[in-house]
Design a protein around this ligand. Structure first.
Ligand SMILES: Nc1ncnc2c1ncn2[C@@H]1O[C@H](COP(=O)(O)OP(=O)(O)OP(=O)(O)O)[C@@H](O)[C@H]1O
Length: 591
């Protein structure tokens, strides 16, 4: 229960509703327990009438009176039961909502490293399945526990007062039932977890086959894919059947144990009645109703125990995430305007999940308002430089400063607000094109969106779609080409009008002619802004104020286009190689 203490703050938050729900639960159970007593009364009245102690008129009026009480108690009990669920189950839904938000907020705070170390499926599970299991503790488990305790205490008091020996015999099978249900619930849980795993493997496989359908068709491997699907589906079916087998035990077991209790009540009660130890047959009827009322709550003791154990395990997994301290923290809460020269001073950085040293003693300066181009072989550390400027990671050694202030002395929100970042893999949300662009600036007007799209050279493509800027992208909508995605992503960055623009090889999927036009627009837009362009093309770099070439995390060349094409090295080789391509022909024309 230690892990579940995390929920205490939520119980405190909703203490009024919870307390009210608990009181209602107790009162509702009290009303429910009136019925067996009234049934006994009916028997007593009938017995008196049979002995000639009551007239026909008297028995009629007595019976009507008792029946009215029974109906009244049932109606009040029913209404209170409705409110009991309304209060306690609602509280559990509020707690579920709060906990989901708490986990989600924590996810937002955690750095990229966290996402590298944990699989998406696992992150999703904590926020959906685990929180769902914890809710079962915060709602149903509490409700059924109070229900059981109240019913048990009151019923046992009534029963002992009535017939102590009969009470003992009646309740003998109940603990057996409780233990049996507990064991069964554990087994059901174990098997349903396996079923869940099978289903999630199956759906991941299906999802991947659908996403990769073009590759599957192109390679003609539909048959193999279908066979693998069948194997997974068969495994899932076997596990489902094995789960159904244990589940099938649940009700027969309950019926068996209720039957055993009923038989004991009838047999022992009957003997006691014959021996004159109990006054009326009504007591036997009353006890049979008690047995039936008590069976379900007693069965739930086992079930609730299993719920609490699962909730504890789930909360433990949630707490593990909640306790993680974000690696990148905002050390400054005051406003810190971001502007000035960006300086890398002997910066080294190693990714701790792969232990790959991405940067090794990198030093350079980008003057405010200037453009830096970074070139280099794949894996040489170009993207890492952009990630470090945005403080997605902190450096291992050396220092990054803006206007001589270390990067971590800036308010992180100010820093990220000042950056317009276009990643290598343009990620667009399943939303309209307009909203995808406005993601960079929520308050942007339609005119601003169009202006940004024009500058990113994608406006003409967008207006060709039937719904223009309101076209939905992604799974529910159309799929943009790689180049279109990149340009929407550029529009998203420039609509923000940030102080720093970071472009990570974001023109790789557009032809060199379009690249040229976009670069010209970017050149206009980025006046007064500091830009960093990562690229594999000389055409993207040639107009930059400064170019650096990276190799294996180190700067191997530095200078302007003119300087670098005149010295032997990576840049000149690349320039000469690209000289013969269409792109560079345009590039030369542009020069
Ligand atoms: N998130 C990460 N976790 C672990 N290692 C990484 C991560 N990102 C990059 N690396 C490694 O760090 C090195 C530098 O990667 P980086 O992405 O900066 O190279 P790049 O020059 O941008 O490459 P490309 O031109 O292919 O985009 C590579 O060896 C890469 O495998």
């Amino acid at each position: 229960m230690k892990e579940l203490q995390h929920l205490n703050k939520y119980f405190l938050k909703y203490k009024k509703q919870l307390l009210f729900g608990i009181v209602i639960t107790i009162v509702a159970r009290i009303f429910l327990l009136f019925t067996p007593r009234y049934v006994r009364e009916i028997f007593i009245v009938v017995e008196k009438y049979l002995k000639g102690e009551l007239t026909e008129a008297a028995i009629k009026s007595d019976l009507i009176e008792i029946i009215i009480y029974i109906i009244g108690a049932a109606i009040i009990g029913g209404i209170l039961t409705f409110y009991m669920r309304q209060y306690i189950i609602n509280v559990s839904r509020y707690i579920e909502f709060d906990l989901k938000n708490e986990v989600y907020e924590q996810y937002q705070k955690l750095s990229l490293n966290f996402y590298k170390k944990n699989r998406t499926g696992d992150l999703m599970n904590r926020i959906s399945e685990d929180v769902g299991k914890v809710r079962m503790y915060a709602g149903p488990a509490i409700m059924y526990s109070i229900n059981t305790i109240t019913l048990f205490v009151i019923a046992i008091i009534y029963m002992f007062k009535e017939a102590p020996l009969l009470t003992l015999y009646t309740i003998i099978p109940l603990p057996v039932l409780s233990v049996a249900i507990y064991k069964l619930s554990k087994e059901i849980h174990k098997r349903s977890t396996i079923v869940q795993e099978c289903l999630s493997t199956l759906s991941t496989y299906t999802q991947e086959s659908f996403s990769g359908i073009s590759v599957i068709k192109a390679y003609g491997i539909e048959k193999q894919t279908a066979t693998s699907f069948e194997e997974l589906a068969n495994l899932s079916r076997e596990k489902q059947i094995s789960l159904a087998k244990v589940e099938a035990w649940f009700f027969p077991m309950m019926i068996l144990l209720i039957g055993a209790s009923n038989l004991l009540v009838i047999y022992i009660g009957g003997m006691q009645y014959i021996n004159g130890e109990i006054e009326s047959l009504g007591t036997i009827a009353e006890f049979i109703i008690y047995v039936n009322i008590l069976t379900w709550p007693v069965a739930t003791v086992g079930w609730v125990t299993s719920i609490v154990q699962q909730a504890e395990a789930s909360q433990k997994r949630i707490n593990e995430f909640l306790k993680i301290q974000p690696e990148i923290t905002n050390k400054v809460t005051t406003e810190t305007p971001v502007s000035g020269d960006i300086n890398f001073n002997n910066v080294s950085f190693t990714y701790d999940d792969t232990n790959i040293q991405a940067l090794n003693g990198v030093s350079f300066t980008i003057k405010e308002g200037e453009t830096l181009a970074i070139l280099g072989k794949t894996g040489s550390g170009k993207s890492t430089i952009l990630d470090l400027i945005g403080r997605l990671y902190d450096v291992d050694s050396g220092e990054i400063t803006i206007n001589k202030t270390p990067l971590d002395q800036f308010n992180l929100n100010n820093l990220r607000d000042s950056i317009g970042y276009v990643p290598q893999d343009a990620f667009l949300f399943s939303d309209t094109i307009k909203n995808n662009i406005k993601f960079g600036k929520e308050s942007a007007t339609d005119e601003e969106v169009i202006e940004a799209a024009k500058n990113a050279h994608v406006h003409k493509n967008i207006i060709k779609f039937n719904k223009g800027y309101d076209t939905i992208l992604g799974e529910r909508g159309i799929t943009l080409s790689g180049g279109q995605k990149q340009r929407v992503s550029i529009a998203r960055a420039i609509i923000k009008a940030p102080k720093i623009l970071l472009f990570d090889d974001c023109l790789s999927a557009v032809d060199t002619e379009t690249e040229e036009k976009i670069l010209k627009n970017l050149f206009k837009i980025s006046k007064g802004k500091t830009s960093v362009i990562v690229s594999h093309r000389v055409s993207s770099a040639k107009n930059a104020h400064k170019i650096i070439v990276l190799d294996n995390g180190k700067i191997i060349q530095e200078g302007t286009h003119e300087q670098l094409i005149n010295v032997d090295g990576y840049y000149k080789n690349l320039y000469l190689k690209q000289l013969n391509t269409t792109g560079i022909t345009n590039d030369l024309k542009a020069d």
